[in-house]
Design a protein around this ligand. Structure first.
Ligand code: FMN
Length: 183
């Protein structure tokens, strides 16, 4: 079988603006665990250095299906893309849960095998970062400014809803071990 893609390796530092602009409007975090591949939309994330490693940190509410999958797999891919088709994908993956639906199948997304991790990337959002989780921590609710707690954790939507707002976020630090654009 001929695989219908190529990977153009990139220097992450030369694509920071594109990555941050992508995350601001929405990016996909994909996880793989127990035979399931699942993507969810994120718009909170940070890129930078600690322990001399280049790290992409994601913030995932503890009740999300993706949270459970990250705990199991300890890795994820981050995919960024632009355009109308991508907006539809981001909207779908940000409003439906992998507990009840196969988002990859429903959207007909193309999975591209990872180089350094077993989680695939998504061809339709071609800029791909492969990340290995090297640190994780649930954010301390007592250390968050009260105005932010009121705004982001009002607790009126329960955990099993895609728009849930009661669970606090876990920071997952993903060491970037691969970076490329799928062509
Ligand atoms: C634009 C957008 C950005 C989002 N950003 C985040 C985020 O950074 N962290 C988070 O926990 N949930 C975020 N969500 C919500 C999840 O994407 C949503 O709950 C999703 O259905 C979870 O999928 P899962 O149940 O398959 O894990 C966002 C949703 C949208 C639409």
């Amino acid at each position: 079988m001929t695989l219908d893609f190529k990977k153009q390796e990139i220097n992450v530092l030369e694509h920071l603006e594109e990555i941050l602009r992508g995350v601001k409007k929405g990016a996909l975090v994909t996880t793989k665990s127990n035979g399931q591949v699942n993507s969810m939309t994120i718009s909170w994330g940070q890129i930078g250095f600690e322990w001399n490693k280049l790290i992409f940190t994601i913030y995932i509410r503890s009740g999300r299906h993706t949270h459970k999958m990250l705990e199991e797999s300890n890795e994820f891919t981050l995919n960024i893309g632009f355009g109308k088709k991508v907006e539809k994908i981001l909207n779908f993956c940000g409003t439906k849960s992998g507990t009840s639906i196969d988002k990859i199948k429903e959207l007909g997304l193309t999975l591209v095998p990872g180089n350094e991790i077993s989680t695939p990337g998504i061809k339709e959002l071609p800029l791909t970062l492969e990340c290995k989780i090297i640190y994780k921590q649930l954010q301390d609710k007592d250390a968050i400014l009260e105005s932010l707690t009121k705004r982001f954790y009002p607790t009126n939507i329960p955990s099993d809803n895609a728009s849930s707002n009661c669970d606090y976020h876990t920071m997952f630090y993903g060491e970037i071990v691969g970076a490329y654009i799928i062509e």
